[in-house]
Design a protein around this ligand. Structure first.
Ligand code: BES
Ligand code: ZN
Length: 455
């Protein structure tokens, strides 16, 4: 171990430079004009993995390639762990909000700023550097490791689902280590034991066959934007509860233990309000902001479009209005069932003056694993030793749909050891990754393999 730690310490600057090289590649999976960049990023990753001593391969799929990289196998039956990450990133818009361009990584105040810095290139790169330290110093790595790094996480991971089923045998493992979540602060390293699920849809309301003069026709022809706003507005009541009937069926109350854990979290309501920059917080009555954002289901409008959006005014009754909607789900909420209930509710509330179209999007169940198992225990030790602080147990509000597939197809649990800080701006302008988290994350990863091999 000391040789590995020494190697990690001695090579910090080079690691940061390499991470910047990786971050330069605009691997935006959602935008078709970046398809080549996504592919080139997979190539870069394969080259990099080979360079540090891994056996790496790019697997073509129907969409974006998957990269696997394995440690050279040794004789004997050793535990096998997967390390999952994603090399694709979210779109960088709105570009004018970035202090430095999203694909020109810049280091400021101990953090690297770039799209994908924390979500997720920096986080899985920390694990790659830990494994490099073992392979390059010849230190004894007591587990077989396989990195699975995909290019479609931000758009639904469809290819990886198929890939898992095809390679079920090769990917058989004791567990999956994932750093794609967060921690409340560097003094509160975290093990996440639950993620929310999701169900998505796009709702369009169509009125007149074309935009109409609102002075000539307005008042006699229903306004699709108005209709959609009224329908959507009625989905939430004054207590912050979703009004779709059956929405909360099966949702479990937080246990006293969980509520106590959440009370230990550092960011209070006032700090949280400041962090997100709102005049006042809202949310479901009877729950704290930590509970609302991680252990309660929600319904959000993610995008809303209708009518004229250009400069100045244009007096029309728009021909249509549409909204992108997602619900975040908690354990026991079936994404398909929720989707059906929401559809039914919208159909019922839509007046006959317009036509309603609903297109389904992706869906995933919530994830929950008990944080008391042996894998979790050694992970908490590794977090404690590398970050120098007592770790906390977290429920996170985001989703990583593939985690459920790992459980279903491979029968293995995931250890979610997130390295993102609350102000890392995931999916927002000025995304960053704290370099302390990067190096401590690599150290945490290095500590993990000995401990996992011992259980
Ligand atoms: N890394 C995030 C997920 C995340 C972030 C989980 C913070 C917990 C805390 C991941 O890249 C992501 O953004 N996932 C999407 C999935 C969606 C497209 C189905 C999400 O949560 O919106
Ligand atoms: Zn993301």
């Amino acid at each position: 171990m000391p040789t590995v730690t020494r190697y990690l310490r001695a090579n910090r600057l080079r690691f940061e430079k390499e991470l910047c090289e990786y971050l330069r590649l605009p691997s935006i999976s959602a935008q078709s004009n970046h398809k080549k960049d996504v592919c080139a990023t997979a190539d870069w990753l394969v080259r990099h993995c080979r360079g540090i001593g891994l056996r790496a391969k790019k697997h073509a799929t129907g969409f974006h390639p998957i990269v696997t990289a394995t440690t050279p196998k040794r004789a004997g039956k050793r535990p096998h762990y997967l390390i999952y990450g994603h090399y694709d990133v979210q779109p960088a818009e709105p570009l004018e909000e970035w202090a430095s361009p999203p694909f020109e990584p810049t280091i400021r105040k101990g953090a690297v700023y770039a799209r994908g810095a924390t979500d997720n290139k920096g986080q899985h790169f920390a694990h790659l550097k830990a494994v490099e330290a073992y392979l390059q110093t010849g230190a004894d790595l007591p587990c077989d490791l396989t990195f699975v790094i995909e290019g479609e996480e931000e758009v639904g991971s469809e290819s990886l689902v198929t890939f898992l089923r095809e390679k079920k045998r090769e990917l058989k493992c004791e567990g999956i280590v994932v750093s794609d979540t967060g921690m409340p602060s560097k003094k509160h390293p975290a093990l996440t034991y639950s993620l929310r699920g999701v169900t998505a849809m796009e709702v369009t309301v169509r009125g007149p066959k074309a935009d109409l003069h609102s002075g000539i026709y307005g008042g006699s022809v229903d306004n699709p934007a108005m209709v959609l706003c009224q329908m959507l507005g009625a989905l939430r009541n004054n207590n912050g509860r979703i009004t779709v009937s059956g929405f909360y069926e099966g949702v479990e109350k937080l246990t006293a233990y969980e509520r106590k854990q959440m009370k230990r979290l550092p960011i209070n309501q006032a700090e949280y309000r400041k962090l997100v920059g709102v005049p006042e917080l809202c949310g479901e009555k009877g729950y704290t902001h930590h509970e609302q954002r991680s252990a309660r289901p929600t319904l959000e409008i993610n995008g809303l479009t209708s009518g004229y959006q250009g400069e100045g005014s244009k007096t029309i009754v728009p021909a249509w209005a549409s909204a992108k909607i997602t619900c975040r789900l908690v354990p026991n909420q079936d994404p398909l069932r929720i989707n059906r209930m929401l559809r039914k509710h919208l159909k019922k509330s839509c007046p006959s003056t317009v036509k309603l179209e609903i297109k389904d999007g992706h869906g995933a169940e919530a994830y929950y694993v008990s944080p008391t198992g042996p894998m979790a225990q050694v992970a908490l030790e590794a977090l404690h030793e590398s970050f120098g602080h007592e770790p906390v147990l977290l429920r996170e509000g985001g989703s990583i749909p593939i985690i459920n597939e790992f459980k279903k197809v491979l029968g293995a649990d995931s250890l979610l050891l997130g390295l993102a800080l609350p102000d890392d701006n995931l999916h927002s302008p000025n995304e960053k990754f704290d370099l302390d988290c990067f190096h401590k994350g690599a150290q945490m990863s290095a500590l993990l393999w000995d401990k996992l091999a011992d259980i």
